[in-house]
Design a binder for this molecule. Structure first.
Ligand code: MGD
Ligand code: MGD
Ligand code: SF4
Ligand code: MO
Length: 743
């Protein structure tokens, strides 16, 4: 049953433009309002923050911003409660196992000098690449860019990677190889123009809430909605066709759809002939992927697969949207290719209401994957191994080409190298690996082997308990810069307040470190604007070209789409118009995809599939949303979703404590018995730490091309522990500061 509008508002808060009597923050007088964007997900909703006495005290909807038109989800509504939170880090901290909370407050000079001394000591003893850096894409474009430069020129290490490696890299690798560019194919205003909207592996209503309203506009125009997910997610409850596939079987489902398109000749032959390559090999790969066969693999009835293929193949327009449910796999790249194959086969590219697109995750998930803090990348989505690309970027940076290190390890590989003792030092910013990487026990073991670890954050995340130095950085609303939304729209983030206490802007901390490392000449910045102007030039001519975008234009035009190669250029909203792709020959590439099973499959010892993901009121590793009272109230602890049939076999009822065990570990949590999940699968959201962390159970297996971990498939076993309250969940138990030997 689809939820009514009232139920949706009750469940998800004020999505809609209905302002409560007296306004959103009745009674709070603000000095000014700052037009900016939400600090959380990749939708990057426009919001007006109300500021009084250098504090954000509330918000107003920003109706004019075209993407969300004033709508916000519960996280956007409550984000302002972070900035004056008592847990904000106000001073640098140094590990002190003797003290009450494990740290002592130190001066900036002490914290930065110690960090620089450790970097020098470790690199002198073990080589440049023995010191690594991890970064994150909640950071704006300016910081993403300068971190790429900082790691290469100030640290001089090849080993820099980012948390998008856990997120959008499968789509990134697949898009670049098949289409020559890595960005959403369309602006979201194309969604209502589609006759069919096919959503696969995306919990739209909870994770991309504002996209729901775009899909509903399509439905209001008569579009058919297809959803593929092991769970009937809230938005999927409104689907015309639901494909409840087994976790890890997307390429079987999509391969069978291509098989049907070919068999029934629901193909766009002109498009295939004139604008693509590789069709024959892709067709050959799915020759035996019949719907009947796919039914056995996916658990989706063959008739439904045929119906999905018919709707996709016979409609004039159609949009396919995918997210991490499709991409968090050891075949994440292949899964995305299988989607792209469906788009290319039916000519659904470059026309209004036609496209195949990923939904980005983190706030700057799009921009943050373009400007050089990935281990294989230089700004403008250039390739760090390409001599021409290296020479161009060296000319912008004013350094010798040889000063730019080569390709380094990816995020999970860095942690593996730390575990093997090859990497000895780490600096991380905007990343909470203890909660977000698979196989928590392994991650903790690795971090405890580091000779030196420093982090930059505004709250002390669980990973911080493994750090030697904690540097207090800045919140989103304290810095100025740009971000790039899931549409590929570059938008402006405006500062509302200054960092509290002795906290500093993230980029100022890094510039200071660079000076102390003797590389200050490369980091002469006195504002983020200077970094943006340098980024424009550094990206010029790259596949993610921002050269024509200025801060003024962004404000005037309410965002500018990249690629935007010249100042007068309008920016390209819909890619591939005229069937022109960004590959060398201008053609879109089919890639042959055959189904292969996930890295771990169920057996008699571990007979249940586990998949993990998100809930609407919590965000990522939870460092931020677990500190915002109203969001905690909405979903305070992880719950294990179990189908009534599976629950019945174990005598489990809602609220009972259940123990879930995988080959990596075990956790106990309350059950939530729901009929909206496959009977062979359980779901646990991953936003909590310690012994509430879903990643205690997950598998470290990686996609060979994108190196994304297989967060979406593990094999587990399930036991009932007892009635509600029968297990003591003590989050502190796992994350106390342990004495660490001095190096
Ligand atoms: N509320 C909230 N919103 C967020 C975030 C958040 O933490 N909280 N994070 C942001 C970020 S960084 C990201 S990456 C996005 C993620 O956005 P989504 O990808 O939409 O979210 P997930 O919950 O990770 O997974 C989506 C769906 O995949 C399904 N799924 C699991 N296994 C499979 C499978 O094998 N195949 C298919 N087809 N589906 C499967 C799950 O049941 C789930 O409903 O959300 C962004 N928005
Ligand atoms: N089991 C399982 N695991 C998953 C996933 C899953 O679906 N299942 N999803 C994966 C995905 S898609 C993602 S994106 C990752 C996310 O994983 P992480 O990136 O580790 O999660 P975050 O919570 O974003 O951690 C970011 C940290 O940066 C801090 N931070 C945020 N903004 C800023 C800033 O502007 N400056 C500074 N200095 N710090 C900042 C926050 O306080 C937080 O401590 O998790 C992955 N892990
Ligand atoms: S979390 Fe995402 S959908 Fe919610 S208000 Fe922020 S940007 Fe918008
Ligand atoms: Mo993500």
């Amino acid at each position: 049953m689809p939820l009514t509008e009232q139920e949706l508002v009750a469940r998800y808060g004020p999505h809609l433009n209905q302002e409560p009597p007296g306004g959103w923050n009745a009674g709070v007088e603000a000095d000014r309002e700052v037009k900016t964007h939400c600090c959380f997900c990749g939708q990057q909703c426009g919001i007006k923050l109300k500021v009084k006495d250098d504090e954000v005290v509330g918000f107003e909807p920003w109706y004019e911003f075209p993407f969300n038109q004033g709508k916000l989800c519960p996280k956007g509504v409550k984000r302002y409660l972070q900035n004056a939170h008592p847990d904000r880090l106000l001073d640098p901290l140094e590990r002190d196992p003797g003290s009450v909370d494990g740290f002592r407050t130190v001066s900036w000079d002490h914290a930065l000098d110690r960090t620089v001394n450790e970097i020098r000591r470790i690199q002198q003893a073990h080589g440049q690449d023995s010191f690594a850096m991890l970064s994150g894409v909640s950071l704006n474009n300016e910081k993403s860019y300068m971190i790429g430069k900082f790691a290469r020129l100030a640290l001089g290490t090849a080993n820099l990677d980012y948390n998008g490696r856990l997120c959008m890299v499968s789509a990134g690798v697949a898009n670049k190889k098949a289409l020559g560019i890595d960005r959403a194919s369309n602006p979201w205003s194309d969604i209502p123009l589609a006759e069919v909207v096919f959503v696969i592996g995306a919990n739209i209503a909870e994770c991309a809430p504002i996209t729901t309203s775009w899909i509903w506009r399509a439905r209001d125009n008569g579009a058919k909605l297809i959803f593929a997910d092991p769970r009937v997610t809230p938005a999927a409850r409104t689907a015309d066709l639901f494909l409840g596939l087994r976790p890890g079987t997307d390429s079987a489902l999509l391969g069978a759809m291509l098989h049907v398109l070919i068999e029934r000749d629901w193909l766009d032959h002109d498009f295939i002939d004139n604008h693509t390559t590789g069709f024959e090999a892709a067709a050959e790969a799915v020759k035996d992927h019949t719907p009947r066969w796919a039914e056995g693999v996916t658990g989706v009835p063959a008739g439904r697969i045929e119906q999905a293929a018919e709707w996709w193949g016979t409609s004039k327009t159609g949009m396919l949207l995918h997210a991490r449910g499709l991409e968090h796999h050891t075949k994440g790249v292949e899964n995305v290719w299988a989607c792209i194959n469906l788009g290319l086969a039916t000519g659904k590219y470059g026309k209004p209401g036609c496209g195949v697109t990923t939904i980005t995750g983190q706030g700057n998930g799009q921009g943050g994957r373009e400007h050089g803090h990935k281990c294989e990348q230089l700004p403008g989505n250039r390739d760090i191994t390409n001599p021409e690309h290296r020479a161009y970027v060296a000319s912008v940076w004013g350094c010798e080409v040889d000063e730019i290190p080569g390709k380094g390890l990816t995020a999970q590989e860095i942690v593996e190298a730390i575990h093997r003792g090859e990497i000895k030092g780490l600096l991380s910013i905007c990343f909470n690996p203890v909660v977000s990487l698979p196989d928590t026990r392994f991650t903790k073991e690795a971090l405890d082997k580091l000779e030196f670890y420093a982090i930059i954050d505004f709250f002390l995340p669980e990973t911080g308990f493994h750090a030697d130095i904690v540097l207090p950085g800045s919140l989103h609303e304290e810095d100025e810069g740009t971000s790039t939304s899931l549409e590929g729209r570059v938008i402006k983030l405006n500062p509302s307040k200054s960092p509290p206490g002795n906290a500093r802007l993230d980029w100022e901390i890094l510039c200071d470190l660079a000076r102390r490392l003797g590389k200050g000449k490369y980091f002469p910045y006195s504002s983020s604007r200077e970094m943006f102007d340098e980024l424009r030039v550094a990206s010029k001519g790259g596949s993610a070209d921002y050269y024509g975008i200025t801060w003024e234009r962004i404000e005037q035009e309410l965002g500018v789409f990249w690629p935007c190669p010249e100042e007068g250029h309008p920016g390209i909203r819909r890619l591939y118009e005229g069937g022109l792709f960004y590959t060398e020959d201008g053609r879109g590439r089919f890639n042959p995809v055959r189904y292969r099973p996930p890295a771990e499959v169920v057996d008699t010892d571990y007979p249940v599939w586990l998949t993990t993901g998100r809930v609407v009121s919590q965000y990522l590793s939870g460092t931020q949303t677990r500190r915002i009272g109203p969001l905690v109230a909405q979903y305070p602890e992880p719950l294990c979703e179990i189908h009534p049939n599976l629950a019945g076999r174990h005598g489990i009822e809602t609220g009972d404590q259940v123990r879930v065990t995988s080959r990596r570990g075990s956790m106990t949590l309350p059950a939530r018995v729901v009929s909206t999940i496959r009977p062979d699968t359980i779901f646990i959201p991953y936003h909590w730490a310690g012994n509430r962390a879903a990643n205690q159970l997950t598998n470290r297996a990686l996609d060979p091309l994108s190196k994304i971990p297989e967060f979406k498939v593990s094999a587990v076993r399930l036991e009932r522990v007892g009635p509600p309250g029968s297990a003591v969940i003590d989050e502190r138990e796992m994350d106390l500061v342990e004495p660490k030997e001095e190096p």
